[in-house]
Design a protein around this ligand. Structure first.
Ligand code: NAD
Length: 293
């Protein structure tokens, strides 16, 4: 396992690919964005290869892509990974996509005799930089074990959820449903605190040692809200995407999630008002500015 392809060199893919490079793998990158490719090349990555060239020559290919559409095109398109894969390749999708897409990719991969894992991650950009990501992986246990050495370069907690290809994704969507709840809760709670003339730094210190504490409160407040800087991070439109997939999963399993539906509407509205590309914590800005001081 020496030659690794990395497709999607954004907020997550760039630091993950960098960690592979510094662990002495030869890493070949692809991205539609020229700036992302330049950063990757500066980090020591190799550029200038098509998806089909990567598919026919790499031992492992990781993808970290922003949407179902991008993942579908890269895996299932005519010029895509599965059509052109060499038979020893291992394909690992770390993007968060719909469970239904995991299943379609696995079906195509099986027809071609290609190994594929659906391996969404949690831990954010900080986790990607610090190699502390959590992986929630669905797919063959044998293939999972084959992938472990390279996964350990990127993450600290590597879970095999089950042989069912979409089981890691279902886990990840439930994680992100909770992130959606916490982010909305922090936005409303801090708006109330501000309007009650409380000092938000002092509030954090007190709630951080109380039951109101949460990792999302800490992340959203300390890294974004306190600095009034919302560069992602985890873009709000990506959280909206994941909450949408979680609601689809709920529908499929005949589960009614009334509060989640309301929250999804909040993220949808924030995205429509132009905040989608900013970090999810920007929801606080929307909630607090809707409240007249
Ligand atoms: P991002 O938008 O920063 O990066 C995606 C990259 O993919 C961009 O550089 C874009 O140019 C590239 N891209 C898009 N379509 C492409 C194509 N067809 N071919 C090649 N490159 C293409 O997104 P991100 O924040 O890095 O997230 C990536 C995935 O990881 C998403 O599925 C997201 O839900 C998931 N995720 C993100 C975080 C986070 O904190 N940012 C955490 C966990 C999981």
């Amino acid at each position: 396992m020496k030659k690794i392809g990395f497709i999607g060199l954004g907020n997550m893919g760039l630091p993950m690919s960098h960690n592979l490079i510094t662990s002495n793998f030869d890493v070949y990158g692809a991205d539609l964005n020229k700036e992302a490719l330049l950063h990757f090349e500066k980090n020591g990555g190799k550029v200038g290869y098509s998806i089909t060239q990567l598919a026919s020559t790499c031992d492992v290919i990781f993808t970290s892509l922003p949407s179902n559409g991008a993942v579908e095109a890269i895996y299932l398109g005519e010029q895509g990974l599965i059509e052109h894969a060499n038979t020893n390749i291992l394909l690992i999708d770390t993007s968060t996509v719909s469970p239904e897409l995991n299943i379609r990719i696995e079906q195509s991969a099986k027809l071609k005799g290609v190994d594929f894992l659906a391996a969404p991650v949690s831990g954010g950009v900080i986790g990607a930089i610090n190699k502390t990501l959590t992986f929630m992986i669905g797919g063959s246990k044998e293939v999972f074990e084959r992938a472990l050495p390279v996964l350990h370069v990127l993450g600290e907690n590597i879970f095999h959820v089950s042989e069912k290809i979409d089981s890691g994704t279902a886990t990840k969507l439930i994680n992100n449903l909770l992130i959606g709840f916490y982010t909305a809760g922090v936005s409303e709670a801090l708006t109330l605190a501000k309007e009650s003339q409380l000092d938000l730094d002092k509030l954090f210190d007190m709630l951080n040692v109380s039951y109101g504490q949460s990792r999302i409160y800490e992340r959203n407040y300390k890294s974004f809200i306190a600095n009034d800087d919302y560069a992602p991070g985890f873009a709000l439109n990506l959280l909206k995407k994941d909450m949408g997939f979680a609601l689809e999963l709920a529908d499929k399993n005949h589960v009614d999630l009334p509060i989640s539906k309301i929250l999804y509407g909040m993220y949808e509205e924030a995205d429509k008002s132009g905040l989608g590309e900013q970090d999810m914590s920007v929801l606080y800005k929307k909630v607090s500015t809707q409240t007249p001081s």
